[in-house]
Design a binder for this molecule. Sequence first.
Ligand code: ZN
Length: 444
Amino acid sequence: MSPYLGEPRDLYHGRALCVLKPRTARDVGDILALCNETGAPVTPQGGNTGLVGGQTPDASGDSVVLSLERLNQIRAVDAAADAMTVEAGVTLAQAQDAAQAADRFFPLSLASEGSCTIGGNLATNAGGVHVIAYGSMRDLALGIEVALADGRLLSTLGALRKDNTGYDLTQLFIGSEGTLGVITAATLKLFPRPRSRAVAFLGLRNPAEALQLLNFVKGHAGPMLNAFEVMSRPGLDLVLRHIPGTRDPLAQAHDWYALVELAAFAEGEAERAAAEILAAALHAGLAQDATLAQSLDQASALWKLRESMSEAQKREGGSIKHDVAVPVNEIPRFIEEAGQRLRAAFPQARPVPFGHMGDGNIHYNVSQPVGGDKADFLAHWTEINAIVHGVVSELGGSISAEHGIGRLKRDLLRQTKSPVALDAMRAIKATLDPNGILNPGVLL
Ligand code: ZN
């Protein structure tokens, strides 16, 4: 059972009564009905790539881990309706491939796409690098099939685009982290496949310049803007040091960087637009230097710098994580303020902020002091969280932008969400899961 009892960050290890791997939605329902009758807690699990411990059973050993990995059928791809119905255990990469095979595009994209699954993406409302253009998982689902705690299957599957008939049950289960039901399948939106793509890497002075650049690119590229990611020099240094085959794409070092991707539907259109916008941005002094990928290989190499950030931090030692969002225009203030307060309290700690600037979502990770002890540093997790989340809350932000709450942020949620909102959440939970069998200890 051991692969099902731990998780990628190695923060949580649980025990379980058993791991069940049903093949059909009906079997998932039957398992839940039995657990509901016997009071056995259920921990639903997809690709086990979650970052907040939401898929890990607790230490009691009473839990049934319910793996959805064998529900792996693509049930239907309907290109004419721009929709496809896939089961929960289909990996994100398989879903992307199925869309592409039908000459369509499924836009959700994140570092773990080879192993994370659609069910988990929905249960956690996953985000990733194309949210700026297409929204998060919540925006990409037309309907779902979900097994309720009592074993019944609720289905909103289908290619219907408009359905204004009361409560939005689809959205209720998305982002509920397996606490209201177990998602077994979904109908997902498909989009036209972009025919051209341009990836640029720009050297910047500071986050304020990144914000100006973002607004400039938005204004000139409009809907072509497909990703706008940022990272700081210390972050790029870690990638260059730890990830083989990477190199600095710019001649000189800069304090900040933006990775910008444009996509368009005519051959060469994105490349032409990117070249013009880059030249104009440099001319306007909105960037210090820039490079535009001239081949798919170069584009992948630029993306690799961004996508290796977490891995590079892991190899550097202990890292205290934050997945936060603030209004996009407050990002520079957030980064400056969080940096100042951290330096005052922990002068040796190294902030390595990076992420989805275009969505106001920064992964504000803090690496341990050089040569320091990992465990000593990680012992300050709560204090460092309090500093960073303090700034987030002052700026009207969120303590979880795209990773969810899980076990990691459950207490934080209680401290930061309004009591009225928490009451409403508990009331919904009590109605749909009266015996509390669904992912206990997670979220609420
Ligand atoms: Zn992210």
